[in-house]
Ligand binder design. Structure first.
Ligand SMILES: Cc1cc2nc3c(=O)[nH]c(=O)nc-3n(C[C@H](O)[C@H](O)[C@H](O)COP(=O)(O)O)c2cc1C
Length: 184
C-alpha cells in the first residue's frame, strides 16, 4: 500500500515539508509513504519535450506515481494559489494519466490564519479536471509556525486530524482496489 507524498515547497525549513516528514512517520506496514524527490529538479513543462524527448526525471516521476496506490499533497499557499513547483509537476502529470482515478488527499500549512484554504481550492479544481479522486475534506494547518518544532509537526490536535485524513485516504484506496478487482 504505497502512498506517494509530494511537497510544493523547496525551502530547507519548509513548514509543509515538516508536515510531510511527520506524516511519513505515522505510517505503519503494510502502508508506507515515499516522499517524491523530483519536484525541484523537474524542468518547466514543455509540450515539445513531452512529445519528442521526455526527460528521464519526468518519466521516473510518472513511474512512481503509477506504482502508488494514493497520493498525499502538502502545499504552501503563494498569492492565493499553490506553488509554481507543484503546478509545474501537475502539468507534467497530465499527459501521463497516472493520477486518473487515484485517491488524493490534500494538506496545506500556512503562517496565516487561513491555513492555505485558497491553495487547496485551487489544487482541488486542477486535480479534479485531471481525473483524480480528491478526498472531499483536506486538512488546513493555520498559524503553522506555532505547531511545528524542530522540523516536526508537534501540535497534538493537528496530528489527530492528520491521522483522520490518512484513515480516509486508506479507505479510498481500499475502495479503489475493490472496484479494480471487480473488473478483473
Ligand atoms: C511569495 C509569498 C506569497 C505568499 N502568499 C501567501 C498566501 O497567499 N496565503 C498564505 O496563507 N500564505 C502566504 N504566504 C506565506 C506562506 O504561508 C509561508 O511563507 C509558508 O511558510 C510557506 O510554506 P513553506 O514553509 O512550506 O515554504 C506567502 C509567502 C510568500 C513568500
Amino acid at each position: 500500500m504505497r502512498i506517494l507524498g509530494m511537497c510544493g515547497s523547496l525551502r530547507a525549513r519548509s513548514l509543509n515539508a515538516a508536515v510531510l516528514r511527520t506524516t511519513a512517520g505515522l505510517f505503519t506496514p503494510p502502508w508506507e509513504l515515499t516522499i517524491e524527490p523530483s519536484l525541484g529538479r523537474l524542468p518547466f513543462f514543455n509540450a515539445d519535450e513531452e512529445q519528442y524527448a521526455l526527460p528521464d526525471v519526468v518519466a521516473e516521476l510518472r513511474a512512481r506515481l503509477g506504482e502508488s496506490d494514493g497520493v498525499l499533497i502538502v502545499t504552501p499557499e503563494y498569492a492565493h494559489g499553490t506553488s509554481g513547483v507543484l503546478k509545474n509537476a501537475l502539468e507534467w502529470m497530465v499527459g501521463g494519466g497516472e493520477i486518473a482515478n487515484k485517491p488524493v488527499a490534500l494538506v496545506s500549512a500556512s503562517t496565516a490564519s487561513t491555513g492555505g484554504n485558497r491553495a487547496q481550492a485551487w489544487l482541488r479544481e486542477t486535480l479534479t479536471v485531471m481525473g483524480a479522486n480528491v478526498l472531499p475534506d483536506g486538512l488546513e494547518i493555520p498559524l503553522a509556525t506555532r505547531k511545528i518544532t524542530d522540523g516536526r509537526l508537534t501540535d497534538e490536535p493537528t496530528i489527530a486530524a492528520l491521522r483522520d485524513l490518512l484513515d480516509s485516504l486508506a479507505q479510498a484506496v481500499a475502495e479503489a482496489r475493490a472496484q479494480a478487482s471487480n473488473f478483473i
